[in-house]
Design a protein around this ligand. Structure first.
Ligand code: NAD
Ligand code: MG
Length: 394
């Protein structure tokens, strides 16, 4: 029986994780669940899964949550709040596996704490890895943590790796990764129309049901940019050895090209419960609840080169990882600020790439060898991006 802590339990990945957990009560026990704001959903999850700990990251919401559980069957549960509490529950002795499913930079410290405590880290929170880079990978290696990718593409690549492969190592005889992308909702929208797309249009993803931030990232293809950086780190690959491939059907979730000419692909219905169940059961497999792929319904699969004019965010991500140092941190921070401003209707969709590019231009690719350095760069990039937004609005 393994104990699991789910960071970001109320989000899209958190909900899918609990769905998989509920299928395997003999193998997994929920030790801790965390959320930021959605206390009604967290309360329902606590009633269903009876964790020992619940963390409400936002202290204002935590009091409301404590009031809510009074007199309920989970009244005796430990309720904590604040950022430190996230790291505390991610490192509890009873916790074997940590699902890192907080969105954005807020997930970095608890995810890093889990790695430092030698836990099995099920990594969905790509922003945490992109912003901290080698620091995170080193924490995994030095503390005997097990790092398993949840992002569907990276989970697919991991499944196509040679037997015994562990994240962070060079993939022997693998010469290229083919990183697939759906192309998002605006793959065929006339470029001139992108100026006026609304947040609702941007979050309506054709293939995947996800949180709002990652849905906007998919529409700009910054999601693939972050995933490119994520793949460089997880699989110890040069960015030039990673080819982004638009595959609108989202049946192949990525491929690995070996020196003998073999190209291995992982396929399946687009449902995050597959990569989640794969990582939770690894190195075994178990049921995820996902329907078998009906190959006859797929009919055909298309593959296209991404258009970097249409998707400048992808170009910026290649530039950031090639520049190295703090540039991926800056890219990620500026993107988080720009996406939030777009979702709040303060800037246009096409401003997102503009804000990131103007922000990146203000930084040099200094080294990013300490956590303090990374956190400082993250904060500076947020300030710069906010200043760029204030100028754009004039
Ligand atoms: P979501 O917005 O649906 O959920 C985010 C979760 O994080 C919620 O539980 C929320 O309460 C919590 N949270 C938000 N801000 C927080 C803060 N400041 N402190 C503590 N907790 C906070 O997001 P999601 O779609 O589930 O994505 C989660 C992560 O997984 C992201 O990094 C995303 O890129 C990655 N991911 C998601 C998918 C997907 O299909 N949804 C696929 C691949 C990777
Ligand atoms: Mg993905």
């Amino acid at each position: 029986m393994k104990g699991i802590c789910i960071l970001g339990a109320t989000g899209s990945i958190g909900v899918s994780t609990l769905d998989v957990v509920a299928r395997h009560p003999d193998l997994y026990k929920v030790v801790a669940l965390t959320a930021n704001g959605n206390i009604d959903a967290l309360f329902e999850q606590c009633l269903a899964h009876r964790p020992e700990y619940a963390v409400v990251a936002n202290p204002d919401n935590a009091q409301a949550f404590k009031d809510k559980i009074v007199g309920s069957p989970v009244a005796a549960m430990n309720v904590l709040s604040g950022a430190e509490a996230l790291a505390f529950v991610a490192t509890l002795d009873d916790v074997d596996a940590v699902m890192a499913a907080i969105v954005g930079a807020a997930g970095l410290l608890p995810t890093l704490a889990a790695a430092k405590a030698g836990k099995t880290v099920l990594l969905a929170n790509k922003e945490a890895l992109v912003m901290s880079g080698q620091i995170f990978m080193q924490a995994v290696a030095e503390n005997g943590a097990t790092l398993l990718p949840i992002d569907s593409e990276h989970n697919a690549i991991f499944q196509c790796m040679p037997a015994g492969y562990t994240a962070g190592n060079p993939a022997k005889q693998a010469r290229r990764i083919l990183l697939t992308a759906s192309g998002g909702p605006f793959r065929q929208t006339p470029i001139a129309d992108l100026d006026t797309v609304t947040p609702e249009q941007a979050v309506a993803h054709p293939k995947w049901d996800m949180g709002r931030k990652i849905s906007v990232d998919s529409a700009t293809m910054m999601n693939k940019g972050l995933e490119l950086i994520e793949a460089c780190l997880l699989f110890n690959m040069d960015p030039d050895a990673i080819q982004v491939v638009i595959h609108p059907q989202s049946i192949i979730h990525s491929m690995v090209d070996y020196v003998d000419g073999s190209v291995l692909a992982q396929m399946g219905n687009p449902d995050m419960r597959t990569p989640i169940a794969h990582a939770m059961a690894w190195p075994e497999r178990f049921d995820s609840g996902v329907a078998p792929l009906n190959i006859f319904e797929v009919k055909h699969m298309d593959f296209e080169q991404p258009d970097l004019q249409r998707f400048p965010c992808l170009r910026l991500a290649y530039e950031a990882i090639k520049a190295g140092g703090i540039m991926p941190t800056v890219l990620n921070a500026a993107n988080e600020i720009a996406v939030e401003a777009f979702l709040n209707e303060q800037v246009r969709f096409t401003d997102i790439a503009r804000i990131i590019e103007l922000s990146m231009a203000k930084f040099k690719a200094d080294c990013a060898d300490t956590l303090e350095h990374v956190l400082a760069a993250d904060q500076q990039a947020r300030d710069v991006a906010n200043a760029v937004i204030a100028e754009l609005k004039h």
